[in-house]
Structure formats: structure tokens, C-alpha cells
Design a protein around this ligand. Structure first.
Ligand SMILES: Nc1ncnc2c1ncn2[C@@H]1O[C@H](COP(=O)(O)OP(=O)(O)O)[C@@H](O)[C@H]1O
Ligand SMILES: [Mg+2]
Length: 388
């Protein structure tokens, strides 16, 4: 154990190095580091403020014992408070006493600044110079932080910056691998639904018709020479069933990938869906020049198809709108109606039936999301957003 007040004891660096190489869990790491700094350096409190670069804010992400409740609760803008000052300039700051007289200082009740006299604040930056956060240490008694102390704290900050980056990368990889597994599961589920649908379509449609076609042909064969009129009628019926079977087969194939998408494109596909809704006037607003990858095209088409089917089945609407727009790097599809509304609106995923579930699965598969919302002015809006 080092003497209180000494930051140049190798013990401190040794414990920090052991810690940063022992865990990839960010919260555990930050708590541990604050703890080690306090124990090994004789400081009385240590705070780790991490930079949330998207929002340009520092978030208290780790603290020595006694300050656990403040973790995640305290935020500073870059430039605000001593930590904000250090983040903005990338340079250490020291206040030996009388903090409140220092214009950089901001009192944060949760951190109980009144209990401490001296403080040092150093940037946590990676070796590439990227700022990851700010490390603050406080002492009850007045303490002179020497250049050597700051150098050690800055080195600790650098080690932590690297460890934080690693922990973040690790978390991202872990999330990705869970997502990938879920994606594979969903893919299999969607394929399975699709197979069952095709099997059902073929069984109810094509097979039934071919079976009765065979039956009519046998009957006709038996009548032939005895009752030619009955034979001719049987053959005619068989022919009609052949035509119907062909239609059924086409419909089953159409279910796989609607030919209109390949022949005429997505916007024509929307118009063909719009025309297929009985009793509802459906307006289509979509730029035919929008470039949409084929797999996304199919999900846009299918989600619209299910939303329109729901409008027919459940909404009682007489007007509906399909719109597709590009917003920065996203495509936004809205299918809205002026019907009775969807009660209760989301969240109701657990109670969703097959149609909604399939919509969500299709959206997930292309990295998008589906939301069902009340439409201002009455009715329902299905909103599908997908990166593209
Ligand atoms: N446009 C809509 N207007 C009103 N209610 C809707 C609408 N769309 C869906 N719903 C409600 O959401 C429920 C779930 O829809 P869905 O999962 O497609 O199942 P299904 O259509 O088989 O009933 C429907 O039963 C209906 O009550
Ligand atoms: Mg439905």
C-alpha cells in the first residue's frame, strides 16, 4: 500500500493494469478503477466521467464507494464544470483549495464537493488521442498535486481509455452475435411460415383441382361411346379445372415474389395493391425514381399488403393512403386509414396475431422496425422504417 497522497507509487499502476486487463465489463471496470485509485493513492473520492460523443456530454459512469447512486445520474456538457473544461481542452486541471472561487467549478449536490478541498482532473484519451472521458480525484485535506502526480493520473486515464474502448467493442460484438443468432432464427421461422403457406396453397388449390380433374376425366372415359354428351361435359369440366389449377399455381408462385415487382417495379406494385382493396379508396404517394434494394422492395410490398388486408378486415375505413419517402439514410413507409382505429394501440406485441408478427419479422429481417400508431384525425397508421 502506498503512502497517502502519493501518486507515483508503482503499486497504483500495478493494480490499475491488473484491473483493466481482468474484465471486459464496462461498469465493473469503472467502479474498480475508481476504487483502486482511492485505495492506492490515498485520495478520498474518484469520479470517472465518460464522454457521450453523440450528445457532447460527460456522463458519470464510475465512482468510488459512497457515490454509487450518482452513477448514471450526473451529466455535464462538454465545457461545463472542471471535468467539462478538461474535456474541452484535453489538458489536466488542478484546484488546490477554495473551489467555489474557481470559475471552472460547478457544484453538483450528488458529488458533495463541500466535503473535499483539493482536486485534480485529467483527460482519459486513447493513444490515438481520442478523448474517452475525464478522471477526477478529490481529497478532504488540502493536497498539492505535483506534475508527477498528474503524469501518473494521466497515464492511468490513458490505460482506462484503452480499456473502455475494448469493453465497448466487446459489448458491440456481443450484441451483434446475439442479433445474428436471432436473425438466423427469424429467417428460419419466416421461411417455415412461407413453406407452410405454399403447402397450404398447393394442397387446397392445385391438388384439389387436379384430383377432381382426374375424377372428371375417368368419368368421361367411362361414358365415351355410351353417352358421348356426358363424356363431352366431363371433358369440359376437366378443362375448366385445368385452367383453375393453373390459376392456383400462379397465385402460389405470386405469393413467393409478386411478378409485378420484377415486371413493373415497386410503385406499380403499390398501385396494384391499392386497386385490390374493395370499398376503400387508396391513394399512393411514392417517387418511382426512389432506388430501393430488391429485398427491401419485397418487405415494403408485403408489409403494405398485410396492412391493407387489415384495413379491409378490421378498420371499416373508406379511405387509405400508402406513402413511401426517403429520409436521410432511411426509407419510411406509411400505410394509413381513416377507420375505427387500432385498440389498444401499441404496445400489444404479445397479443399480436399472425399478420402483425409476420410484419415485424419481415421488418427485422431487413434491419427495420414497424410501429402501429393512431392516425391523427382518426384511424390507424402502420409505420415501417428501414435503413437503406
Ligand atoms: N387498420 C386497422 N384498424 C383497426 N384495427 C386493426 C387494424 N390493423 C390491425 N388491427 C387490429 O389488430 C389485430 C391484429 O392484426 P393481425 O395481427 O394482422 O391479425 P388478424 O388480421 O389475423 O386479425 C386485428 O385483429 C385487429 O383487431
Ligand atoms: Mg391481419
Amino acid at each position: 500500500m502506498s503512502e497517502p497522497g502519493r501518486y507515483d507509487d508503482p503499486e497504483l499502476l500495478r493494480s490499475i493494469i491488473t484491473l483493466v486487463t481482468s474484465t471486459l465489463d464496462l461498469a465493473e471496470l469503472l467502479r474498480g478503477v475508481a476504487d483502486v485509485i482511492v485505495t492506492a493513492s490515498g485520495a478520498d473520492a474518484c469520479f470517472v466521467h465518460l464522454l457521450d460523443a453523440d450528445r457532447d456530454r460527460l456522463v458519470l459512469a464510475g465512482a468510488s464507494p459512497g457515490f454509487d447512486k450518482a452513477v448514471g445520474q450526473v451529466e455535464l456538457a462538454v465545457g461545463e464544470g472542471v471535468a467539462g473544461w478538461v474535456a474541452a481542452r484535453g489538458r489536466p486541471a488542478v484546484i488546490l483549495e477554495d473551489k467555489t472561487a474557481d470559475p471552472r467549478y460547478k457544484y453538483i449536490p450528488e458529488l458533495r464537493g463541500e466535503e473535499f478541498t483539493s482536486m485534480a482532473s485529467v483527460p482519459m484519451a486513447t493513444r490515438q488521442g481520442m478523448l474517452v472521458g475525464v478522471l477526477n480525484v478529490h481529497t478532504r485535506e488540502r493536497r498539492d498535486f505535483l506534475a508527477a502526480d498528474l503524469a501518473v493520473l494521466t497515464a492511468v486515464g490513458g490505460l482506462m481509455a484503452g480499456a473502455v474502448e475494448n469493453a465497448r467493442l466487446h459489448a458491440t460484438v456481443a450484441i451483434r452475435s446475439v442479433e445474428r443468432a436471432r436473425f438466423a432464427e427469424e429467417l428460419v421461422a419466416v421461411q417455415e411460415h412461407e413453406r407452410q403457406r405454399i403447402a397450404r396453397d398447393l394442397h387446397d388449390g392445385v391438388s384439389q383441382r387436379l384430383a377432381s380433374l382426374g375424377f372428371h376425366l375417368s368419368a368421361a372415359a367411362e361414358s365415351l361411346g355410351r353417352d358421348d354428351e356426358a363424356a363431352a361435359a366431363g371433358i369440359e369440366q376437366a378443362r375448366a379445372l385445368g385452367v383453375a389449377a393453373l390459376d392456383e399455381a400462379r397465385a402460389a408462385i405470386h405469393g413467393l415474389r409478386p411478378p409485378v415487382l420484377d415486371d413493373l417495379g415497386l410503385v406499380a406494385g403499390f398501385h396494384s395493391l391499392a386497386r385490390s382493396v374493395p370499398g376503400v379508396r387508396v391513394a399512393v404517394e411514392a417517387d418511382p425514381e426512389l432506388s430501393v434494394p430488391p429485398h427491401v422492395e419485397l418487405s415494403l410490398f408485403r408489409i403494405t399488403q398485410e396492412a391493407l388486408q387489415n384495413i379491409t378486415k378490421h378498420s371499416g375505413a373508406d379511405e387509405a393512403w400508402i406513402s413511401l419517402r426517403r429520409r436521410a439514410n432511411r426509407l419510411v413507409l406509411e400505410v394509413a386509414d381513416n377507420g375505427v382505429g387500432h385498440t389498444p394501440p401499441e404496445p400489444r406485441s404479445a397479443a399480436d396475431s399472425y399478420g402483425m408478427q409476420t410484419m415485424r419479422e419481415r421488418a427485422d429481417m431487413v434491419g427495420g422496425t414497424v410501429r402501429v400508431q393512431p392516425r391523427p384525425g382518426g384511424g390507424t397508421t402502420v409505420l415501417f422504417t428501414v435503413p437503406s
